[in-house]
Write a protein that binds this ligand. Structure first.
Ligand code: ADP
Ligand code: ASP
Ligand code: MG
Length: 420
């Protein structure tokens, strides 16, 4: 017997028929003698609708009430899933995050899970029940409903899996695994059988939204075995693993040492909506960068890529960095207002795209950055900014070339699946 957490995303619970399809996966696990605990997202599009209603009610609304509103989508799907499972003869009941309870801090809209009391879940599962938990939410120390940030149900699922000591956390979604790049952009993208936590972490933070970043961090820290698989596969079909033998279909996210063949580049990612800001003629002296980025941090503006030029004369230099498009106006206003920051000119633009290549093999192979720049140059694509880490290289380019760049790099690094 194994204990399994099954998480179903928005498209997997988009209507009652889809919920029924998802429930058949739960039924298969129960019939195989396993224990199951389910975590659900809201119906696809629902959370966006709820967010829009809050904005319509008041552009600057109370974050605690925003959470009360947007957490409601999951309550509907959790209840429906419990009804459908019971109808199939599987005893089930729904739990809102606060009923479990899933404790979080009080950072409304971006709360972090601080602890889960798994006593009731444990008891129910041992008695043959299937608890169905609302993803994306918990309860703050003062008893208010909190949400974990967009895509947060993945994190709920991993946290529940750790709390109940699950053998596996299966993330059911609308793709049958993690691909070398977003399959919606590159149809020739290949599904990976395995990906390391570190590569998945980079891919998630660089724009592959198949898993929320925090969920990967948590799975890595808590050693949760994470599988990404499709809800739309036939639930009653024999379960065949990636190696062709009976097993769990999909992509296993696991430790690096469980991966035999280490690719130099295993994936390509795209993040759109990156704005670029350049401060020209900044005084080249200690403390200047700290005051620029300190002012932005005080406004909770997240800065991503940063480049500072060597100054010619030792007197002034240029600093360029990126922020999300949505924060661009606020960032410009903050810098213009901050009288302590001396610069000659501020220039910037929205609408950049960040393209990254990721792979653990980069640790031991030189020249990946150079080959990436060449592949882009061959397509006539100009690079505006570059950043690197041990296992990734990222460039900022004009958005109109974004998809071309992703496809070019995907082919260049041999990731296209062979023609059928
Ligand atoms: P869910 O609602 O189930 O949480 P999401 O929409 O959050 O699903 O994530 C699944 C989507 O992630 C896919 O439909 C796919 O378009 C996108 N995606 C982006 N990059 C990748 C990738 N490298 N591999 C798989 N899917 C990806
Ligand atoms: N429903 C939430 C969202 O759309 C959480 C999730 O789906 O993971 O962001
Ligand atoms: Mg998601």
């Amino acid at each position: 017997m194994a204990r399994i957490v099954l998480k179903f995303g928005g498209t997997s619970v988009a209507d009652v028929d889809r919920i029924r399809q998802a429930a058949r996966h739960v039924k298969r696990e129960i019939e195989a003698g396993n224990q199951a605990c389910v975590v659900v997202s809201a119906m696809s599009g629902k959370t966006n609708e709820l967010v829009a209603w809050c904005r319509q009610a008041a552009p600057l609304h109370d974050a605690r009430e925003y959470d009360a509103v947007v957490a409601s989508g999951e309550q509907v799907t959790a209840g429906l899933m419990a009804i459908v499972l019971s109808e199939m003869g599987i005893p089930s009941r729904s739990f809102a995050g606060w009923q479990v309870p899933i404790h979080t801090d009080d950072a409304h809209g971006a709360a972090r899970i601080t602890g889960i009391d798994a006593t009731e879940l444990d008891k129910r599962m041992n008695e043959g029940w299937v608890p169905v938990i609302t993803g994306f939410q918990g309860v703050s120390p003062s008893g208010r409903i909190t949400t974990l940030g967009r895509g947060g149900s993945d994190t709920s699922a991993v946290a529940v899996a750790a709390a109940v000591g699950a053998d596996r956390c299966d993330i059911y979604t609308d793709v049958d695994g993690v691909y070398t790049t977003d399959p919606r952009i590159v149809p020739r993208a290949r599904r990976m059988n395995r990906i390391s936590f570190e590569e998945m972490l980079e891919m998630a933070s660089l724009g592959a939204k198949v898993l929320m970043i925090r969920s990967v961090e948590l799975a890595m820290a808590q050693k949760v075995r994470l599988v990404v698989r499709s809800t739309f596969d036939d639930p009653e079909a024999p379960q065949i693993g990636p190696d062709g033998a009976p097993g769990v279909p999909g992509t296993l996210v696991c430790d690096e040492d469980e991966i035999m063949e280490k690719q130099i580049v295993s994936g390509v990612t795209l993040a759109r909506g990156e704005a670029k800001i350049t401060l020209r003629g900044v005084k080249d002296k200690p403390g200047v960068a700290a005051s620029v980025f300190g002012a932005l941090a005080d406004e909770s503006i997240v800065v991503d890529m940063i480049v500072q030029n060597i100054s010619d004369d030792g007197a002034v230099t240029d600093i360029t960095f990126t922020v999300p498009d949505a924060e661009y106006d606020k960032a410009v206003r903050t810098l213009e207002k901050a009288s302590a920051i001396e610069y000659e000119k501020l220039a910037g633009s929205k609408g950049g795209a960040k393209i990254s290549v990721v792979g653990v093999g980069m640790r031991s192979h030189a020249g990946v950055a150079a080959s990436m720049f060449k592949a882009l140059a061959d397509k006539g694509i100009n690079i505006q900014l570059i950043t690197t880490s041990e296992i990734k290289t990222s460039v900022l380019i004009d958005d109109q070339y974004a998809e071309l760049a992703v496809r070019a790099l995907h082919t260049y690094y041999g990731l296209d699946k062979p023609e059928a």
